[in-house]
Ligand binder design. Structure first.
Ligand code: ADP
Ligand code: MG
Length: 710
């Protein structure tokens, strides 16, 4: 159902084709879009100070009349426009550099509001102030708290305010109230029409704050309601496989581990086992720091599926990681009857055909590969569990989980019938395999619950005992030799080292050349007594494997690696890692990188080589702690969720007003309320919930099962 807010923005008085075009550049096409374009800040012009009372060194707003304006030339600064502004109490000089065209607007007698930093040069001045002309008939722009809008695509602040005023007067009353009055009062939320008015033209700063809170809460609530609905859709009415994990099976699996599981691993295994035993599909995220033992937990789940005569698949982001997982699994499974297969891209056609047939006919139990496993021609006889090792690639995760939703519609190769047979007949109900996603980038819980809203969360927050510590040192440019010195010491003791050398553009040959030159320099001048190898993203898979194997076998001693992912290696004898241009990485990424060392019986050293001494502060927390969750929180705080999760496809919608890092408490409150509501009324069918239902569909229809909300 359409409301007046869904009308094109041209319905607003003052919006002609030209303005509409500019607004479209800001993504504003509807009345709602305009009303939801919120101010970036406010300026209190309700009590503008007389010029005589302006405080030096402060940002001040004041009003006055242009006495005179002229342009002069200053050496080194070009044209300087100086306007003398006066009121009844005094004068101030306003200076603009290189903006001679402003003079046209500053005719003597013009009344303006200005804001900027007040200084004292030869006389009282304000440098490059922002300003607005005002007439007597325009109380929108002075004598009140005034909104300042973010990017306006060339529409002046005043014009923007006028458009907003017109939109508010005509249409704010039509903004649908999605919350029943009683609920609003309980949660101290002001009515929507009032919130929209006060966010733009607040009577007091406090009113703006209340409006912000109300609008942010609504934004979170609608988002979390969508998350709750999507979660429900994934769990209800979709049949999964109820695995039987008897004490006998449990004991048999455990015999495979040559170590005692940590209590965090025990907890995660209990959660996973409960999911797998239930008749609905598991959708679980297993997060834990590098080295916390996720693979062991995943293997438990895979063996449980195999014990139930189903297949399990493990997918890694790269072939190297897939190979490594495969190696680990083979070691742990030595002497067992479980049949494993590594499926990589490079195999010859005949071999690949044979492998695919083995998977299709159910001759193999555990298949390890890359994400290609869920694409194209791979068909499983009876897939019971898919484990996705994401490392830090969230985008793929999003796509993968999407692909698995809605068992009836999609006849993707992962679906099988209740007997574990894969069927293609349309309309037949497929039991969905369980899905376990692993990630080594710890995500603060509040964010994880929203980004991965349809996943349950298990966390490994404890490291296996006996881990050797990693000492992290930040190395400024002047002390690079210390870093090489330390690495030589490790090499002399028989250890190995990584040097991570980032390429901005892996495909750029000149950069690759720089990396290659770096390797020769290191070999010749820095580590003449040892062998230095190179691993980069443009190598053919075979060659990568060979370089890796050489390093693992100790034939090369120093491995220079150009990409982050390729460094996903498990070589316990590697005890030192130097990371060049460390400040180019996010904190979490650096933390993950250093997880490649400290895997053996010797203490390890991570050396963060920075280009600028100032970068040390930024990285200091890495030297302080190895707690991945603390680092992730710091990282998130600094970079915001978009960058933290990796720009696009991180699954978070853009927010107009709420902030995933600043408003966590409000987010959690809204989440709690939204989940309770969806629990009570899963189709949002009650009359009181209709406006909410419309809001959810309008904003998040693409991320939820439309069918599930009718
Ligand atoms: P992650 O996948 O979380 O990075 P892994 O599962 O690869 O961690 O485990 C890292 C190393 O620790 C592996 O060599 C693994 O065999 C070992 N490991 C796992 N769990 C334990 C445990 N409970 N006690 C001792 N070692 C363990
Ligand atoms: Mg691992």
């Amino acid at each position: 159902m359409k409301t007046p807010l869904d009308e094109p923005v041209s319905a607003v008085k003052g919006v002609g084709p030209a303005v509409a075009e500019r607004l479209a550049k800001l993504g504003i096409t509807t009345v709602r879009g305009l009303l939801w374009h919120f101010p970036r800040l406010y300026q209190d012009r309700s009590r503008l100070k007389p010029i005589a009372q302006l405080a030096l060194g402060h940002h001040e707003a004041f009003t006055g009349r242009v006495k005179e304006a002229r342009t002069s030339w200053w050496r080194g600064r070009g044209g300087v426009l100086t306007a003398i502004i006066e009121d009844a109490t005094g004068q101030i000089a306003a200076l603009w550099f290189g903006m001679p065209y402003l003079q046209k607007q500053l005719k003597p007698g013009t009344q303006l509001v200005l804001w900027g930093k007040v200084t004292m040069g030869k006389r009282l001045s304000v440098l490059s102030p922002e300003f607005e002309l005002i007439g007597d008939d325009e109380p929108l722009h002075a004598q009140r708290i005034v909104p300042i809008y973010p990017a306006t695509a060339g529409i002046g602040q005043k014009r923007f305010r006028r458009l907003m005023r017109a939109a508010l007067d005509a249409l704010a009353g039509h903004a649908p109230e999605i919350f029943p009055d009683a609920f609003r009062e309980k949660r101290r939320l002001i009515p929507i029409a009032q919130a929209i008015e006060q966010i733009h033209f607040p009577e007091q700063m406090k009113a703006a704050e209340m409006a912000r809170r109300r609008l942010a809460y609504e934004e979170f609530f609608v988002l979390e309601a969508a998350v709750a609905l999507r979660r429900r859709a994934l769990r209800h009415g979709v049949e999964g496989i109820a695995f039987d994990i008897s004490p006998k099976i449990d004991a048999r699996i455990r015999r495979r581990f040559p170590f005692r599981l940590t209590s965090a691993q025990e907890r995660a295994i209990a959660e996973i086992a409960a999911d797998m035993q239930a008749p609905r599909p598991m959708n679980r995220l297993l997060q834990g720091d590098v080295g916390s033992g996720k693979t062991a937990v995943a293997l438990y789940a895979m063996l449980a599926a195999v014990a139930n005569r189903h297949q399990a698949a493990l997918m890694a982001p790269t072939e190297i990681l897939a190979e490594q997982h495969f190696r680990t699994i083979e070691t742990l499974l030595k002497g067992s009857r479980v049949r494993t297969l590594l499926l990589l891209g490079g195999a010859a056609a005949a071999e690949r055909r044979a492998n695919l047939a083995a998977i299709r006919e159910g001759i193999v139990d555990i298949v390890v590969g890359t994400h290609a496993l869920i694409q194209g021609d791979v068909e499983f006889a009876r897939l019971g569990l898919a484990v996705v090792d994401e490392q830090h690639k969230f985008g793929v995760l999003q796509r993968a989980t999407l692909r698995w939703k809605g068992g009836e519609k999609d006849s993707g190769s992962l679906f099988c019938d209740r007997e574990g047979r894969r069927k293609k007949t349309p309309g037949v109900f497929f039991a969905r395999p369980d899905v376990l996603v692993m990630t080594a980038t710890p995500i603060p819980r509040s964010l994880a619950l929203t980004v991965f809203g349809d996943l349950d969360l298990s966390t490994l927050d404890e490291m296996p005992a006996g881990r050797q510590p990693i000492t992290t040192t930040i190395i400024p440019p002047t002390r690079r030799n210390d870093a090489w010195q330390l690495i030589r010491r490790e090499l002399a003791a028989g250890r190995q080292a990584y040097i991570v050398y980032p390429l901005v553009e892996e495909a750029d040959t000149s950069e690759l050349k720089a990396a290659t030159e770096m390797v020769s320099h290191l070999q010749r001048d820095v580590f003449p007594a040892h062998r230095v190898g190179l691993l980069h993203g443009q190598m053919k898979p075979d060659e990568k494997q060979a370089r890796m194997a050489a390093f693992r076998a100790g034939e090369t001693h120093v491995l220079v690696a150009t990409t982050v992912v390729e460094v996903g290696l498990d070589v316990p004898n590697a005890t030192a890692m130097a990371i060049e241009h460390a400040e180019h990485y996010g904190l979490s990424q650096l933390h993950q990188l250093r997880g490649r060392i400290g895997r053996g019986e010797h203490p390890s050293h991570c050396l963060l080589l920075v280009d600028e001494p100032e970068a040390s502060d930024k990285l200091a927390i890495l030297a302080e702690t190895t707690d991945g969750f603390r680092i992730a929180e710091e990282d998130l705080k600094r970079r915001g969720p978009g960058e933290f999760l990796g720009t696009r496809q991180h699954g978070l919608p853009p927010l107009a007003i709420g902030d995933f890092t600043e408003d966590i408490r409000l987010l959690m409150e809204a989440r709690h309320d939204a989940f309770a509501l969806v629990e009570a009324d899963p189709a949002l069918a009650q009359p009181a919930h209709r406006p909410l239902r419309r809001a959810v569909l309008a904003r998040h229809a693409d991320s939820i099962e439309l069918a599930s909300v009718g």
